[in-house]
Write a protein that binds this ligand. Structure first.
Ligand code: 3PG
Ligand code: MG
Length: 409
């Protein structure tokens, strides 16, 4: 893969460089902070800075393309990147031009008007249906228009992919546009891939993986792929209840995917004692910060209660496994950490991960945001990945389209 270093070496002064960044950050809800949407966790913006700064310092004219949320191919005000532009300008300490569209008149005028060392952020690329179209033909027009914002190859245009969190998407701004311009791998993508490579190739043992999050169906493929490679797989979060149901436990009103119970049962049979499930959970009468809560053993969840976090006994059990680990990968919260009564499980596991001896990797925008929201120092982890889906797909052994296309020279 050609890297940013290669691009800098050939020279970028005066050239328009399209950079795909992952700026998909959580925003405050409308109604909070006086109705103005603001960025509540800027981790991904900060992770995107080094590549942008390096290009700007070398005199490039930088055009940043990014997505936010999952709008359906047309403008949706609540998914505008405007608040991100403001935060980006603050962090860069220089002005950020913001286009009101993706490849329309506003974007074209601002791109043409860029001076050396100036930066333009385009509006959310998912406001254009061509970004996420399933077939290549559907994406081609949008990819071409994006590439043209740089003037095209003849005019010195280049493409840098630094959006690690989106490399598993075969989208126009991640995949197709790379075929139209000289393309380079950004430093964030390079660093993330090198850490994940260490996890897959020769992890120091014991290798312990912690998985959480709500949907078990999203995680079955990665569990299948990881089971032969790990020494322990600790399962918490909303996804653990389908496993508990597979063991015959009553889970009350907890999250449950009935059509996955059988598969979870098969994985448990296959895993021997590798899969470790919670022994107790925090139950509540409803999903709310002021709900009535209680700790219950996993075989004593009443039918009118729901589990919303792992319990203290489970934290202790998981922490023991983590204390002995020499490699840890953690993806997904253990409970509804956004609500105070259900945050202790995730916080306990985050703390426990930092006690492991060797490489510790936190995978995913949500888990990383959880770590920061819970006030845990990021530097206590070996690596905090900006990509959840992307790192899981890498660990599954899948081809990541956004990486594969960079490898084609
Ligand atoms: C993420 O948040 O995981 C990345 O930004 C990718 O977003 P997506 O899952 O909506 O494609
Ligand atoms: Mg996501």
């Amino acid at each position: 893969m050609r890297t940013l270093d290669d691009l800098i070496k050939v020279g970028v002064k005066g050239r328009r460089v399209l950079v795909r960044s992952d700026l998909n950050v959580p925003l405050s809800k409308a109604g909070e902070a006086g109705g103005k949407l603001t960025v509540t966790d800027d981790g991904r913006i900060r992770a995107s800075l080094p590549v942008l700064v390096r290009l700007l310092e070398h005199g490039a004219r930088v055009i940043v393309a990014a997505h936010l949320g999952r709008p359906k191919g047309e403008p949706e005000p609540q998914h505008s990147l405007r608040p991100v532009a403001d935060r980006l300008a603050q962090l860069l300490g220089r002005p950020v031009e913001f286009a009101l569209d993706t490849v329309g008149e506003s974007a074209r005028l601002l791109a043409d008007g860029l001076g050396d060392g100036e930066l333009l952020l385009l509006e959310n690329v998912r406001f254009n249906a061509g970004e996420t179209a399933k077939d290549e033909a559907g994406r081609a027009g949008f990819a071409k228009a994006l590439a043209l914002l740089t003037g095209g190859e003849e005019d010195g245009g280049a493409y840098v992919d630094d959006a690690f969190g989106a490399v598993h998407r075969a989208h126009a701004s991640v995949y197709d546009v790379a075929k139209l311009l000289p393309h380079y791998c950004g430093g964030l993508v390079r660093d993330e891939l090198s850490v994940l490579k260490r996890l897959t190739e020769s992890p120091d043992r014991p290798y312990v993986v912690v998985l959480g999050g709500s949907k078990v169906s999203d995680k079955l493929a990665v569990i299948d792929a990881l089971l032969p490679k790990v020494d322990r797989l600790l399962v918490g979060g909303g996804m653990c209840y389908t496993f508990l149901a597979a063991l015959g436990h009553e889970v009350g009103g907890s999250l449950l995917e009935p059509d996955q119970i059988q598969t979870c049962g098969r994985l448990l049979d296959q895993a021997g004692d590798k899969i470790v499930l919670p022994t107790d959970v925090v139950i509540a009468d409803r999903f709310a910060a002021d709900a009535v809560t209680e700790i219950a053993k996993i075989d004593e969840i009443p039918s009118d209660r729901m589990g919303l976090d792992i319990g203290p006994d489970s934290v202790r059990l998981f922490a023991e496994a983590l204390a002995e680990a020499s490699t840890v990968f953690w993806n997904g919260p253990m409970g509804v950490f956004e609500l105070a009564p259900f945050a202790a499980g995730t916080k306990g596991i985050a703390e426990a991960v930092t006690t492991a001896k060797g490489l510790t990797v936190v995978g995913g925008g949500d888990s990383a945001a959880a770590v920061r929201a819970l006030g845990i120092d990021e530097n206590r982890f070996g690596h905090i990945s900006t990509g959840g889906g992307a790192s899981l797909e890498y660990l599954e052994g899948k081809t990541l389209p956004g990486v594969a296309v960079l490898e084609e020279i």
